[in-house]
Design a protein around this ligand. Structure first.
Ligand code: UDP
Length: 249
């Protein structure tokens, strides 16, 4: 599998089918593996947060979650046919887990959202084994207790919707104790599955305008979304500078 670096973060050149196959293989292994769905804001954060950047770059799989990261990875010559967004990965993954008897635990979001998301997934994939689910509102003092509770369920894969960077840092620090082979950060996907949040209509997604739809629906996100133009500016600068350096050498 080829990879490129986007502003210091590794992005793996793999499509949805390839990512599903790789995650199923990891789930059958024993080493605790982190799967990152890398978004634009995460790359911007990683520039100044060395610990987070290190966790991303040590991950077993770093997937291209947003159109911005896809655009940047292609600028660096990666052949990535499509975005591998966490929210779009969940369905083919759960289909594969259901076929393979791989159990999952859902950790994250408010109240009973993860439990409701689990019910939706079980309706879609009747043989899927959901070992457990709980909300993502607990403090650092409870990390070990939550990891032990997951371990007791015997889940092979943990889906974490705690928001970034918490979900990736949590997986890095606690996945081994939770006894899972794979931990995947999936952001706000439980809210989408449970119907708390609506995804952009297909036409907006095809036009690569999902970010604009989210901004219109949740205007309070504008500050977070400033990461996008900043990311584009930094990427173009990095690419231009690299070309100049190559031409001069
Ligand atoms: N969340 C959580 N615990 C927290 C903070 C956030 O479980 O302490 C959840 C939040 O309820 C939401 C998800 O993390 O379901 C993050 O959603 P966000 O929209 O930030 O993620 P994105 O999809 O943008 O990565």
């Amino acid at each position: 599998m080829r990879s490129v670096r986007v502003l210091g973060c590794r992005v793996d050149a793999i499509d949805v089918a390839g990512a599903v196959a790789r995650i199923v293989a990891l789930a059958r292994g024993s080493a605790p593996s982190l799967v990152v769905t890398l978004g634009t804001e995460m790359v911007v954060r990683a520039r100044t947060d060395a610990r987070f950047r290190d966790v991303v770059n040590r991950s077993a799989l770093s997937l291209c979650d947003t159109i911005g990261v896809l655009f940047a990875a292609r600028l660096w010559g990666a052949h990535i046919p499509e975005r591998v967004a966490g929210v779009e990965l969940i369905d083919p993954l759960c289909a594969a887990f259901a076929r393979g008897g791989i159990s999952i635990y859902l950790l994250g979001a408010k109240g009973d959202t993860a439990a409701r998301a689990a019910r939706v997934l079980c309706e879609r994939y009747p043989t899927l084994i959901v070992a457990g689910a709980r909300d993502g509102y607990f403090g650092p003092d409870d990390d070990a207790r939550v990891a032990d509770a997951i371990a007791q369920t015997g889940a092979r894969v943990a889906l974490l919707g705690l928001g970034s960077p918490r979900q990736e840092l949590w997986i890095d620090a606690h996945l081994a104790r939770a006894g899972c082979a794979v931990g995947i950060g999936i952001g706000g996907s439980f809210d989408v599955l449970a119907g708390n949040v609506e995804r952009a209509p297909a036409a907006w997604r095809r036009a690569n305008l999902e970010w604009l739809y989210r901004l219109l629906k949740e205007p309070q996100r504008w500050r977070r979304q400033l990461a996008l133009p900043y990311f584009v500016m930094l990427t173009l600068r990095e690419r231009l500078f690299a070309r100049k350096t190559l031409e001069e050498s």
